[in-house]
Design a protein around this ligand. Structure first.
Ligand code: NAD
Length: 410
């Protein structure tokens, strides 16, 4: 299997097959501008010293400062972080916010650390990166297994390193240190705006939904579906999945997860694996965990009419082709989960202005951006008779190349 970055490059190549991308721009877009690889020593609770590997890939900043989250995961490596940084570049351009793309990571299982060890590690990452990030250069954010608390520690460490209180260096912070109203639900909220816009075009009403991943993005999205009265037939997390054809009570599943740390074992549901979840009889399937889960084999089993990628990079290029041939619409990650970074942009704007908005104001600004981007992507796909992912890349690449040209970079 190709590593995630090779798969990401194939997506750009596919778009390049439809439009004549300037060859200099293509050459620049095929490589990251800068990669940082750091070691972070942490004194563990038992007195031993452990050294962790950390990364920051600054992919492209033609359209503005680098922007992208930080992932803490045992399988995180430079290939994954590079791919995620690539996707951030195209995501910010898809929704038209003034940022380039970056991503950070740490190879660690944060669940195995105590709170003190996690704080030391988070502060260590921010200290190691402090010369390379900043409110006008590179602005990190949360991703898988990183939280608002971790963002607060990192913001504090950076502020101490530069000697200036700098909330705008990082987004996804708690509200009491410059976080934005609405940031916690933004990825799911934006995904829902995209889901509704695409469902309308497909004539999908009261869909039955299956969601893989019950974290910030997936659980919030499932709760939103449940509130709308849509049937959420399946949910999963890293330990496995649950299924009920009559619909799950998502509020009760949330409580079950809070008390047992997993959705698994929820009463009145059948156990399913993370792979089986994709083959269930439903209308919308939502990968909201990790990349590479929709392989060609899995794609062949999908019966839903719409796939909404809340996760980054969940679908392999060969699987994309199968879905398109099978007339299954896919709302791609660089559109469907862009509500998170768009609200991070709002958080940054509020930090720089030191003037804060209500949740209603935030969501009222987010909705038209997501609707506009969905329409732009849909139109590109229609015009080029291709899938929405390629439509999104065509749309985003046009914006990136225009900035490169204006800056004299190509
Ligand atoms: P999270 O840490 O809050 O949740 C991750 C979830 O995935 C957890 O429920 C975990 O149990 C589950 N998971 C982990 N490994 C799994 C596996 N092997 N199989 C099935 N489930 C597994 O993370 P999140 O912020 O919700 O991010 C999820 C995805 O959404 C990632 O791809 C991330 O890049 C993407 N995303 C998140 C945001 C955001 O604002 N949080 C924004 C854009 C994209």
């Amino acid at each position: 299997m190709a590593n995630p970055f090779e798969a990401a490059l194939q997506q750009l190549d596919t778009a390049a097959g439809y439009i004549g991308i300037d060859t200099n721009a293509l050459a620049r877009l095929q490589k990251p501008m800068r990669e940082l690889h750091v070691s972070i020593p942490v004194r563990m609770d038992d007195g031993s010293l452990k050294v962790f590997e950390g990364y920051r890939v600054q992919y492209d900043d033609s359209r503005g400062p680098f922007k992208g989250g930080i992932r803490f995961h045992p399988q995180t490596d430079i290939h994954e972080v590079r791919a995620l940084a690539f996707w951030m570049t195209f995501k910010c351009a898809t929704v038209g916010i003034p940022y380039g793309g970056a991503k950070g990571g740490m190879t660690v299982d944060p669940k195995s650390l105590s709170e003190r060890e996690l704080e030391q590690l988070s502060r260590g990452w921010a200290r190691a990166m402090s010369k390379f990030i900043g409110p006008h250069t590179d602005i990190p954010a949360p991703d898988v297994y990183t939280t608002p608390q971790i963002m607060a520690w990192m913001m504090d460490e950076y502020s101490q390193a530069v000697g200036v209180y700098s909330p705008a260096v990082i987004t996804g912070k708690p509200l009491d240190v410059g976080g934005s109203q609405g940031r916690g639900i933004a990825t799911a909220f934006g995904g829902m705006v995209v889901t509704e816009a695409v469902s309308k075009k497909l004539g999908l009403k009261n869909p039955r939904v299956a969601v893989q991943g019950f974290g910030n993005a997936g659980a919030t999205y499932a709760q939103m579906c449940f509130k709308k009265g849509w049937k959420v037939v399946a949910l999963s997390d890293s330990k496995g999945g649950i299924y009920n054809a009559d619909g799950l009570d998502v509020d009760a599943v949330t409580k079950h997860k809070q008390s047992t740390r997993s959705v698994v074992g929820f009463p009145c549901a059948q156990a399913v694996s993370n792979e089986e979840l994709f083959a269930l009889d439903c209308d919308i399937v939502v990968p909201a965990a990790l990349e590479g889960v929709i392989t060609p084999e899995v794609a062949k089993t999908i019966r839903a009419k719409l796939v909404v990628e809340l996760a980054n990079g969940p679908t392999l290029p060969e699987a994309d082709k199968i879905l398109f041939q099978n007339n299954i619409t896919l709302a791609p990650d660089i559109l469907a989960n862009a509500g998170g970074v768009t609200t991070s942009y709002f958080e940054w704007v509020q930090n720089l202005a030191n003037y804060y908005w209500t949740e209603e104001e935030v969501l009222n600004k987010l909705t038209p951006i997501m609707e506009r981007a969905t329409e732009d992507v849909w139109q590109q796909a229609q015009q080029h008779k291709t899938d929405l992912r390629t439509g999104a890349y065509i749309h985003a690449t046009g914006r990136i190349v225009a900035s490169m040209k204006s800056r004299g970079r190509i």
